[in-house]
Ligand binder design. Structure first.
Ligand code: HEM
Length: 419
């Protein structure tokens, strides 16, 4: 009778001194330790989840669309489940548990994991990718009130903001009409990116750019590369050793560092220009307002700001707004194409309220309930940001009855539903 081979080593043929036997012993030991720790963790009512492989955890299963993998796992394990990415334990939240964590247990879930990639966004000094601290709270508060001063603060600020939106929108409309006349089809995303970036550029720097401006298109046109790296499960963040030798993941990460550096230089140059010419009696734009607000914060608190925090603050607001809004616009166009009857109904509502010789304004909003419902529904239906920037826990806590120790990375994903 033939002997059963196990990993190319016959049972009788194992000689403890051979490299094969040694390798087999190491692998068995590694699996046993791993299995023992995994079972140990499960016994304290930590969230359920798929079995993680040693070293890589569940990284290989995630693929290019983490949100789809998470949707499958949520169906199997429930709204709160746990995976491992490299050596990191990550808890994924879905559905109601997101509100529970972000709103009801906000401070416990307000941290950010110390991911390598985060150090390259706004030079590691911004708000969006930094963890909870006394400085972070003050910084964020100042930023929030400054943004409000230039947008929804009062009727006057709303009108000024609307002016920037309408000016830019006229340019975008002109361009789209022209492209539709001269091309059978075209890809509108670049125009949406430039137009939303232009609105924020007008608000932040008092300047807009031409749609053909190659430098501006370069700086603002790499949102997808950015989100691919900072989105959930960036490989370098969970297996940092990958950045120390040549491999495709290192190449992607090097590109990510480069695009952040170039974006940072673009913003920094604007801030330097502003600092040279600012007169505190006349606030020209949001950059001036941030310069003054951060100076005042320093005076009020006695904190000496050894670094330039204006550049990362402007960078956060400029970056966060144009990527999200241009993606939303792109989805709206896709929905128009897929559901032309909705486009007709929207046009009919707008025609009832707004004369064709002007654009809709903020005052018309109350009379456009279908338009408003449509915008909210597009965001819910498409869930175009299915994964937020990862959070981490600031203390030992639990969610939906499941244990959640301090500093666990947490991703969350609203499960996409049909309308
Ligand atoms: C459809 C539009 C938008 C969507 C879907 C969106 C989504 C998000 C998400 C998911 C986060 C991460 C929150 C977290 O991790 O807790 C975030 C953070 C942020 N967003 Fe937006 N955003 C939008 C528009 C904007 C706009 C217009 C601005 C600026 C004017 C902006 C500025 C920021 C900033 C500064 C942060 C980081 C600071 C913080 O954590 O509070 N966003 N956004």
């Amino acid at each position: 009778m033939s002997r059963m081979p196990i990993m190319d080593v016959t049972l009788e043929g194992i000689n403890p001194a051979t490299p094969k036997a040694l390798l087999l012993a190491c692998v068995t030991l590694l699996f046993s330790v791993h299995l023992w720790r995994w079972l140990g963790q499960r016994s304290i009512r930590s969230p359920p989840g798929p079995f993680p492989w040693p070293i890589i955890g569940n990284a290989a299963q995630i693929g290019n669309s983490p949100h789809l993998y998470f949707t499958r796992m949520a169906k199997k394990y429930g709204n709160v489940f746990q995976i491992k990415l490299g050596s990191r334990t990550v808890v994924v939240l879905n559905g109601d548990s997101i509100r529970q964590a972000l709103v009801k247990q906000g401070p416990e879930f307000a941290g950010r994991p110390d991911f390598t990639s985060f150090q390259y966004v706004s030079n590691g000094d911004g708000m969006a990718f930094n963890t909870l601290s006394a400085w972070w709270k003050m910084h964020r508060k100042v930023a929030q009130s400054t943004v409000r001063m230039f947008s929804t603060g009062n009727l006057q600020t709303k009108k000024t903001f609307e002016y920037h939106v309408l000016c830019e929108f006229r340019e975008l409309l002109k361009l789209l009409v022209e492209k539709t006349k001269t091309h059978q089809f075209f890809e509108p995303l670049t125009y949406f990116v430039v137009s939303t970036a232009n609105i924020m550029s007008a608000v932040c720097f008092g300047k807009r750019y031409s749609y053909e401006d190659e430098e501006f298109r370069q700086v603002v046109g790499r949102n997808q590369q950015f989100t691919q790296t900072v989105g959930a499960g960036s490989i370098v963040d969970v297996m940092p050793w990958l950045q120390y030798f040549p491999n495709p993941i290192k190449t992607i990460f090097d590109n990510f560092k480069k695009l952040n550096l170039e974006f940072g230089i673009f913003i920094r140059d604007k801030v330097i220009e502003h600092k040279k010419t600012i007169q505190s009696s006349t606030i020209r734009d949001m950059t001036d307002a941030f310069i003054v607000a951060l100076d005042q914060l320093s005076e009020k608190t006695g904190i000496i700001l050894v670094k330039d925090y204006v550049t990362p603050t402007v960078g956060d607001v400029f970056g966060a707004s144009q990527d999200t809004l241009s993606t939303a616009l792109q989805w709206i166009v896709l929905i128009f194409i897929k559901y032309p009857e909705m486009q007709i109904r929207l046009q009919q509502e707008v025609d009832k309220v707004v004369d064709r010789n002007r654009l809709p304004s903020i005052e018309d909003q109350m009379q456009l309930p279908y338009v408003m419902a449509f915008i909210y529904e597009v965001m819910r239906f498409t869930s175009f940001i299915p994964l937020t920037i990862p959070h981490s826990t600031t203390t030992d806590t639990s969610i939906m009855g499941l244990h959640h120790p301090k500093e666990h990375g947490r991703l969350h994903q609203p499960v996409v539903r049909q309308p």
